[in-house]
Design a protein around this ligand. Sequence first.
Ligand code: URA
Ligand code: CA
Length: 433
Amino acid sequence: MKTFEELIETKRDGGSHSAEDIDRLVLGYTEGEMPDYQMAAWLMAAYLKGLGPDETVWLTDAMVRSGRVIDLSGISGVKLDKHSTGGVADTTTLIVAPLVASCGVAVAKMSGRGLGHTGGTLDKLEAIPGMQVELPAARFVQQVKDIGIAVIAQSPDIDPADKKLYALRDSTATVPSVPLIVGSIMSKKIAGGADAILLDVKAGTGAFMKTHDQARHLASELVRVGDVLGKRVSCVTSDMNQPLGMAVGNALEVAEAIRALQGEGSKMLSDFCLGISAKMLVLGEVVSDEDDGLHIAERAISTGAALERFERWVMAQGGDPKVAENPSLLPRATYSREVLTSEKGYVTAMDAEGIGRAAMLLGAGRATKDDTVDPGAGLVLHVRIGDELALGDIVATAYSSSESLLAAGEERLRSSVSIGKARVEPPPLFYEV
Ligand code: URA
Ligand code: CA
């Protein structure tokens, strides 16, 4: 058996590992036999020299085996999971999960918390009074069986390798490596137990992947590794050059999701969610093509079935289902301020990352994992790329529970929205499937 030092040397010199080598690294590190400093060196070698196609599959598989795997085989039909690589104002899960569940596809999702400028689904759910996300795996499985939907925090015994590796990557500048990202995302999804997974890889200023080419490469690797490991994976690449929805911040995003489920959301977010739902309905084998999927998804909104499933989901996890009829029951920030334009012209760019950071400055996000979030804080945007602005038009409304944070949030927002003389075309919603 090779020593850890020999394994680091192999990767440093651009060599390849066997499946046994990868197991030794991943399991040895998870169990504490391999210290952080050696894994940090291996991660940097892997970041610089890359991993081959087989090595990426073996890495993913070893990470899955580092912990337990949820067994959803007792539930009939296709069990679906959905994952986005992270964006700003990305409220999609709160809309599409109850929507497709109401159409007969079970949604079983374990999710993470927000860190940095992107919001986390768990933080958004916890903005609903009473809503529990830290639930045991047995209850997760039972809830999927009973009402066709559960979204909870990933339990600590699932993919412990990723928890340790991600924390180390985060502090050693080794996050943006395609094979390491693929291992991290796919191992968590596979351990979550779903049969099929819809992945949404974001590209743009507000995303990990800044260009569409990078996003496409990551997407094709995610699909390939899922396929080799026996999961049906469908992947879209979508735009993150501006926030997806109009609300950024936990309770504000829940309110926006409820409006979309009521059929009254912003067109861009609603169209995006209908598109994602149609793909999920195809993956879930409810329909054979996306046109039929779109039709059924639209009907789930217009009949109220999607909103009704949202209520059942909230109630099942201890939340107040009355928020579905009355979003004003959600926590609200004490202070607000309208941000007005000081120039006229057209919105030419919206830096999604900067806007996410503005919401963080208002209290909506956490800079370290132990920070608490202000559920009512954030921004509601009034404009999108391509909109025309007259002097004094409202760009956004900022919300915070602390009056002193409003100025910093406003300043960051202003520097994230560019106004120019000529109209630019808005970016597309989706790049490709
Ligand atoms: N998301 C993950 O879960 N892991 C990564 O490595 C990157 C994004
Ligand atoms: Ca407008």
